[in-house]
Design a protein around this ligand. Structure first.
Ligand code: 2P0
Length: 327
């Protein structure tokens, strides 16, 4: 059995995953498409140990409680089943997210766990199998197996729902995060999407437009048309966020500073920059722009936001083993 550190990078969806067809297996209602980033990642090592009485999960050297352990256990149990082992596991994880970013990432965390747990159990899984395994922990993790652009194809069952690589993103594309610190307790994405599917009359409208968004963004990626990629992603994000206002009870992930950030993006567009935004289940705003213009765009944003609120990111790699932990 090989206990090694495995690294997975987080990804940001440009076509969002929002809603499950099957809660237990995490089969989504729609295909989604993301860009994996270099700036945020998780490194994880799993050790199966006959002497352990229960599974243990340490995040940044701190033992985690049962609630945190739940997604981890789902993945460990599938791995134990596949490998025919009974031993409990010690899971050690380190999250590399710039300080104060407040971007908890189940995508990188569960993808790194899928890689580390299968390696420790002696399983030699293909990327497709790893994507399915990561999906069972957290849907968005299915896409973090790959670098660059990846599409999670919804499929119809446990075996047919997985992500595939779309493009290595080795062209002039970057992201810039505007970190909005909001003290308000968020509705978790798991709860938020469930509530929206069950109660929002706008949900069907959202679903109706997804095939068109997905096919348009894939064409734009093929043509390396950054402006179209950003415009489609921005429209798609706004539609997703619109569904939450129709939910019962209604909710929003936006804060006043999120709107300030969106306005700043529109101002930059008026100045002639090709820049768009997307947002996930939280108040932070993520800009899609040319990698070669990241520094220039950041300097404009420094008028409204502090240096520590602005984090640059470039396309990042897929799941891989690292010889030692990064600092
Ligand atoms: C996404 N989000 O596509 C969407 C957009 C949030 C908004 O995937 O319940 O943590 O573990 O499958 O993957 C966040 O949801 O949810 C997410 P579960 P996950 O990135």
């Amino acid at each position: 059995m090989k206990s090694e550190w495995v690294r997975a990078h987080t990804n940001i969806a440009l076509i969002k995953y929002w809603g499950k067809e099957n809660e237990e297996l995490i089969i989504p209602m729609n295909n989604s498409l993301s860009l994996t980033l270099d700036a945020f990642y998780t490194e994880t090592k799993v050790t199966f140990d006959e002497n352990l009485k229960t599974d243990e999960f340490y995040l940044d050297d701190m033992i985690q409680d049962l609630a945190e352990l739940e997604k981890v256990k789902t993945v460990l149990n599938i791995v134990r089943g596949k490998a025919g082992i009974k031993a409990r596991a010690k899971v050690e994880s380190h999250n590399h997210v710039p300080t104060a970013a407040g971007l908890a990432s189940s995508a990188s965390g569960l993808a790194a766990l899928a890689g580390a747990a299968s390696l420790a159990a002696g399983l030699d899984l293909s990327e497709r199998e790893l994507s399915k395994l990561a999906r069972r922990g957290s849907g968005s993790a299915s896409r973090s197996i790959y670098g660059g652009f990846a599409e999670w194809q919804k499929g119809t069952n446990d075996d047919t729902s997985y992500a595939v690589p779309i493009d290595d993103a080795n062209w002039d594309i970057g992201m810039l995060f505007i970190v909005v610190n909001d003290k308000k307790k968020e509705v978790s994405s798991r709860e938020g999407m469930l509530r929206t599917v069950k109660t929002s009359p706008f949900y069907q409208g959202w679903l109706n437009t997804l095939d068109a968004d997905l096919s348009a963004i894939k064409d734009a990626i093929d043509q390396q048309d950054l402006h179209a990629v950003g415009a489609i992603a921005e429209r798609n994000a706004l539609k997703m966020h619109a569904t939450t206002l129709g939910a019962n009870p209604p909710f929003t992930y936006w804060s006043p500073d999120s709107m300030k950030a969106m306005d700043a993006v529109r101002d930059l567009r008026e100045k002639g920059y090709s820049v768009h935004f997307t947002m996930d289940a939280g108040p932070n705003v993520k800009l899609i722009c040319k990698q070669s213009q990241l520094a220039e765009i950041k300097s404009h944003l420094l008028k409204d936001f502090s240096e520590s609120q602005l984090i640059e990111a470039k396309p990042g790699p897929g799941l891989h083993v690292v010889s030692k932990l990064s600092n």
